[in-house]
Ligand binder design. Sequence first.
Ligand code: 13P
Length: 253
Amino acid sequence: MWEARPPTYEDHMQKPLIIANWKCNPSTREQAEHLFGTIKRETKNINGVKIVICPPFVWLPSLNGLSLGAQDCFWEKDGAYTGEVSPKMLKDLGWCDYVILGHSERRKYLKETDEMINKKIKAALKSDLTPILCIENISQLKKRTKDLLRKEQKKLIIAYEPVFAIGTGKPCTPEKAKEMKTAIKKIIDKDIPIIYGGSVNSQNATDYIKMAGFQGLLVGGASLDSEEFIKLAKNVARACPVVELRSLRDCVQ
Ligand code: 13P
């Protein structure tokens, strides 16, 4: 039986993170279980990457055996907030350790603000969830992490997701993405894992880790195609041996 344990800082720094954001997919539980089961089976011998799957809330209770995250959470733990899901509820599931916060699609379609995201991060941290904070620019980073203590910052994963690259098939170049990674490191604790997201696929995945020094990837569309996602994970594991990663990160600043 697979046992969940809370992720550690070392988990995030030792292996490239491959985080699947399924967004509002798939539309049936059967499809979700099938996709998850295939990924679980085919990646069980890949030791060189850490895979996290972020399905819609409703599929979380049906999936088990890989690290899991939600795609959002509320900032209160309970109360009269129709439709909301609290971090405490997610943690109580027993195997949900991550939560994506601040995705640009939530701003675009639901008018989520930086202040709301800031509150959500603080609430997620209180429930021991690891926030995967999406940002498009430095201004958002500053506003969303406002008033976080250094020790709280260290518990975040920052995902640089340029909006032009999301779902367009036009990824940011590794060179440009690297510039942003350097800018992020000037604002926030230097050792926080920074990952890249936006039109990542099995062909370009390793560039963001080997060339641009990102700690991992946030994968949308390609994570819904099990074959493509497994290939992506294998390519990253092959190209970035675990032992190399720390030194790689230190030299590709
Ligand atoms: P795509 O990989 O489909 O571009 O989506 C990226 C994303 O939004 C991940 O959160």
